[in-house]
Design a protein around this ligand. Sequence first.
Ligand code: B3K
Ligand code: ZN
Length: 876
Amino acid sequence: GQIVHLENYRPTDFVLERVDLTFELDPRETKVEARMIFHRREGVSPSAPLVLDGDELTMTGLLLDQVAVPGTLYEATDDTLTIRGLPEAAPFEITVTTALSPETNTKLMGLYRTSDVYCTQCEAEGFRRITYFPDRPDVLAVYTVNIIADKASAPLLLSNGNYLGGADMGDGRHFASWFDPHPKPSYLFALVAGDLGVVEDAFTTASGRDVALKIYVEHGKEPRAAYAMDALKRSMKWDEEVFGREYDLDIFMIVAVSDFNMGAMENKGLNIFNDKYVLADPETATDADYANIEAIIAHEYFHNWTGNRITCRDWFQLCLKEGLTVYRDHEFSADMRSRAVKRIAEVRHLKSEQFPEDAGPLAHPVRPTQYREINNFYTTTVYEKGSEVTRMIATILGRDLFKKGMDLYFERHDGQAVTIEDFIACFEAASGRDLKQFSLWYHQAGTPLVTATGTYDAARQTYTLSLEQTVPPTPGQSSKAPMHIPLRFGLLLPDGSEARPSAVSGAEITGDVLHLTERKQTVTFSGIPSEPVPSFNRGFSAPVNLHLTQSAEHRALIARHETDLFARWQALNAMALDNLVKAAAEARTGQPIDCDDALVDALLAAAGDDRLEPAFRSQVMSLPSETDIGREIGSNNDPDAIYAGRQAILAAIATAGKDTFARLVNEMSLSGPFRPDADSAGRRALRNSGLSYLVYADGSPDKAADAFSSANNMTDLSQALTLLAHRFPDARETADALAVFKKRFADNALVIDKWFAIQATIPGASTLDRVRALMSDPLFNASNPNRVRSLVGTFAFANATGFNRIDGEGYRFLARQILDIDTRNPQLAARILTSMRSWRSLEKIRAGHARSALEEIARASNLSADVSDIVDRMLK
Ligand code: B3K
Ligand code: ZN
């Protein structure tokens, strides 16, 4: 593929006014007729041709104002259709007819089949797989869609907008028509046809509009959509209350399908979801599944304004809709659940996924300036870092001005396709603040590193902070300018109270936000009665790495006294990380591994503190992951040593905390019917954390086996199975439990995905053989993305010791899988391949094997653009 550059953007020569689509659906021979009304944009040369995008299309007809276009006036290639001799100024109609085969479309882009249902995925460039079209987000048009299909096998015919009507055609077929009054880009087009069950509800908007709500699922699964429906209604209400955004059609539909490349898609009025993010009941879904469903239902719904009503000018602006919408769904979940616990989970995710991406060969700015394959830019940088950047705008401006800026954005740009600059301009206009330096967050890749050292002058009662920021070099960006970093902070006095400086010099401070804007900045606080302990980055106000040498005692003080609950967790996590890094070094050199008493004391104090909410305590007890430790170490990583060091620290905590953990297991048990709310989930989480330490301490599978047999919900059941499999992979109890689980859930694909994932994450070199064996299990299905992700993806992403075997077999296995998956589904292959994004930070034997595996992929013939883009960047 060719490289697309941001600076080459220009509007289309022709304006698309209206689109009428007619689909005659058939699994192998679907006929699509697209009628498009265009006119030449003012100032465009009268001889300029119309150039439309296409991808793997078979064109069966081409008309200009209902007359066949002569072969001399058009040219169709693999990816374009060029038509000449068009009217100079008057509008004209182009009719393109194409023939598609949904059943053999294994890329799951464009129109495809999933469990006998027709379904579409058009973002980013899938619409061009349906018909020749100006397939770019700045082309907004009003669509009418007619669907014709066999009535018996496809009683349900859905598309965007409002239902116009339909009828029986008398020949076993029927049709339906839909009209979407809101101009939209083609990536938001959707069509679904098939035989599905439905859950119905209704919502009345703040201004009194009645909206029919429908969630379509496979027949028999309707009861499992109840939680999604509830989450949808809460999302609609929240967006009205918090962002003043109302829904704008008569109907809102969600369809759950089992073959889907990502989580879900925000098509106008017709969201299509991976069924993993719709279906839930206590027997089959974990608390994490419920939380994900709530978040993703909200996310897709929120796109109706941030993405659909206001869309992106080009794909470089992807964070305009994704970063902002993730920020909105984070805020929604924070309001629905515990804000601090939600923030901890977000930061854990950011650090374990986005920070490694930003530190490796795939690093790119939140708003990239070039791409070869846009589907490879639906990254955690665009989404999660993009959300953090939005959050920083809110932190810098404060709540009211942020709200004013958002209102202005909705007012100014409704119905438009805009840029990041347009977005920022709204906040500048609303606040009068210059955000030029702040905008570097969109343009400079890499996680900034902030170093801080403090000195206390007792005679003067002043505390001086020397702050320094550096942004590491990233591909294509060797030197960086200093950024505007909003750091929320507090200075804690030895009694735990917060110092109130009488004066501050050297930095702008607003509330508890310190604005770091220079490369080096010295900030002096006056009127500080005794040496304070600084607590930085409250609420993780800026996505930076912070280097602050702080003793375990000082961290413990923060953990006990900070008013910001997130900062308490952060202090404990930093204390644990210090110890885990040291333990990894000790394990590597064969020294005895030493667990710091201060860490054990602080963790157990928080875990056993009944004044704190259970979910928070459970977060405290869950140590930084192997990935986190590796990232902290930075280079020359040995995953086996990291694992061994971490196990030793876990063991020390388990032994010291036996009584606390036993008490938690007892006290946190729940009676009565299962409830998925945040409080109940928190109790289950704390109980399961306690149980896992107990099992660790006594070294026998009995407690886990008991927990497995007494579990009455999927959270507890899958946790118990994980404990058994990860701690006692070869025990009879484990084999039995795996067999029972498999048998009980054999016909529930989403639960069987968990069965595969739990086994794929068993630590140790021998898991690769297990994964190979599982690939020939009759339940494995290489063409279902969820299943492939649950086994191959989970092994590569989440099994540090198994995947990074020192003999390189893990990488070779992955290379072969990637090449195989790529023949069917390039997007899925490219995504799983990113699991190797940190290969350069491995020690040299493993790094050598990883490089060879990547080179093996790079050498293969017929690589997709998706995989070749990723592999080339990883090897560069
Ligand atoms: N916008 C879609 C993602 C589309 C990915 C295309 N490869 C889902 C979302 O972010 O809401
Ligand atoms: Zn999104």
